[in-house]
Design a protein around this ligand. Structure first.
Ligand code: SAM
Length: 267
């Protein structure tokens, strides 16, 4: 990943502080080369030949900060990722729903390219549950992909065949090897830009909030702030689910873990 960019200590510290303040991502010294390669990438795109001029531009231009954050975020995701927890949450909602026809409110709070909210949506539909789903991310480029709903077929390899046939269309001709999410699923989802660090939570509370595989990039004080913010976004008894590699241990929070649902907590 070698790049010819010079980045002195002062610039590195300023830049990592800017990223931390803007999106909570903690870039430590071990990520110096990675950071340099991201700067080099943005210098090419913006056609700014000198790194010191680029850094000045970055510090003073909100749009460029957004673009830069876009390059430093990790967007890896795939359909039906860590699905045992989602399955169990949906089974629980289904039990709560007997005799009523509640419209559940769900929020995927770091939805990346849409794989997660679409995975949740198709399973809610399979159970015959009514719902609306807010899917948010800090990165505008992943949200564009999410709204398009077209993916390399590799990404859906964990999706059960029956669900794949019901809710996805297979590409043909030049689209061979791609799949498209059917419009009837998209109708249930609103994709929107949302920064977990700086944006205020939506006013109407949710029954379920998923915030998976993003807090691994945050330090403890930031994770604690985000967890407590999302606590406020839930109805009493609402469910909060995190990634398998994440934990609420050693944080100050008011959630109670749910024993039989992996990585899930109740308000
Ligand atoms: C690794 S993806 C996880 C996607 C999905 N939740 C999953 O588990 O597959 C992490 C996402 O968090 C987003 N992200 C990073 N910092 C964020 C912030 N401060 N606010 C909102 N989203 C953020 C990134 O843009 C990225 O799309």
């Amino acid at each position: 990943m070698g790049s010819s960019i010079e980045l002195n200590n002062k610039d590195f510290n300023e830049l990592s502080q800017l990223v931390y303040n803007e999106c909570g991502i903690n870039i430590h010294k071990g990520k110096l080369e990675l950071l340099k390669s991201k700067i080099a990438k943005r210098m090419r795109v913006t056609r700014i030949p000198s790194s010191s001029t680029y850094l000045k531009h970055l510090k003073n231009d909100k749009t460029e900060i957004t673009e830069f954050i876009d390059t430093v975020t990790t967007n890896h995701s795939f359909f039906f990722r860590e699905n045992r927890g989602i399955e169990a949450i949906i089974a629980r909602l289904s039990q709560q729903n007997t005799g009523t026809n509640k419209n559940f409110r769900l929020w995927c709070a770091a939805c990346s390219t849409g794989d997660e909210p679409y995975s949740v949506a198709v399973q809610m539909l399979e159970r015959g549950l009514s719902f609306s789903l807010l899917a948010t991310d800090i990165s505008h480029s992943v949200l564009e992909t999410a709204a398009r709903g077209v993916y390399n077929a590799e990404r859906v390899k964990n999706v059960p065949t029956a669900i794949l046939h019901r809710y996805f269309q297979k590409g043909t001709g030049s689209r061979k090897g791609y799949i498209r999410v059917r419009d009837e699923i998209k109708r249930h989802i609103v994709f929107k830009k949302f920064n977990l660090i700086t944006d205020p939570i939506p006013t109407q509370p949710f029954d379920v909030v998923l915030c998976r595989n993003v807090m691994i990039y945050f330090d403890n004080p930031t994770t604690e702030k985000v967890v407590n913010k999302l606590h406020q976004a839930l109805v009493p008894g609402g469910l909060f689910t995190i990634g398998q590699a994440e934990s609420l241990l050693n944080l100050n929070h008011r959630f109670r873990p749910i024993k039989n649902i992996p990585s899930t907590h109740i308000k």
